[in-house]
Write a protein that binds this ligand. Structure first.
Ligand code: C5P
Length: 223
């Protein structure tokens, strides 16, 4: 249980939409495609921003985590459902895309369980919408600050710089997932903005969340 922090925060009147966790793309009623994601980092961010007074909407794929206190959680399964939920949650001041969205989904989902013998040709994949790219490039209701994450296993900085440009987001937090960041309790980040590239050494995901909240407060108090 927490008491909302007494100090005044510029986050207080702000609406912040966060995606977290994996998405799940159904093949048939019993099988699906998904990504490895515990949801821990996104939930930690939602929790600290709500503690500091933000009006936080957490749009989450399936995880084992409880919703943080004072956060509105909207549960979704597929990337398309996540995208719809994000659009319905706008307008917002800040959008933070932490979810490990599945890049592909089966072209068709069978309403009946496919037969084991039908393995060949069963998976024709199509691309899912890129939620971060779409929200970053909205004309109407683009949040004032759009923040993306990038999980990389190699060439972290150069890939993250390119990703920030490609997505059109304002900030990008790159994390090296070659170790045990995926599902683990710790994370290590490089924050890339238009003016800085800052290394946040390995620490607990809750601490990364607090650093991001500090950075958001600093940015929003200038805006
Ligand atoms: O392209 P990639 O998946 O590496 O980009 C990572 C960032 O983009 C994350 O912030 C993730 O939440 C977001 N993303 C998204 N929709 C997708 C794919 C990624 O919002 N379909």
């Amino acid at each position: 249980h927490f008491e909302p922090e007494a100090r005044m925060s510029v986050l207080k009147p702000r609406r912040i939409v966060i995606t977290a966790g994996p998405t799940l793309e159904a093949i048939d009623p019993v099988r699906f495609l998904s990504n490895r994601s515990s949801g821990k980092q996104g939930y930690a961010i939602a929790e600290v921003l709500a503690q500091r007074g933000g009006d936080v909407v957490l749009i989450s794929g399936p995880t084992c985590l409880d919703a943080p206190e004072c956060v509105t959680r909207i549960g979704v399964e597929s990337a398309r459902d996540m995208f719809d939920a994000v659009e319905n949650a706008l307008p917002a001041d800040v959008f933070i895309a932490v979810a490990a969205v599945a890049d592909w989904r089966p072209e068709t989902t069978s309403s009946l369980k496919a037969d084991k013998a039908d393995a060949h040709g069963i998976l024709k994949l199509v691309q899912n919408p890129d939620i971060l790219h779409a929200i970053s490039n909205r004309i109407e209701n683009r949040p004032a600050l759009v923040v993306g994450f990038a999980a990389e296993t190699h060439d972290v900085l150069s890939r993250a710089r390119a990703k920030r440009a490609r997505k059109g987001c304002d900030w990008l937090l790159a994390n090296d997932v070659s170790g045990d960041a995926m599902g683990g309790a710790d994370n290590e980040i490089i924050l890339i903005t238009d003016t800085e590239e800052t290394h946040w050494p390995r620490c607990a995901k809750s601490k990364i969340a607090a650093r991001l909240a500090d950075a958001l407060e600093a940015k929003l108090s200038k805006a």
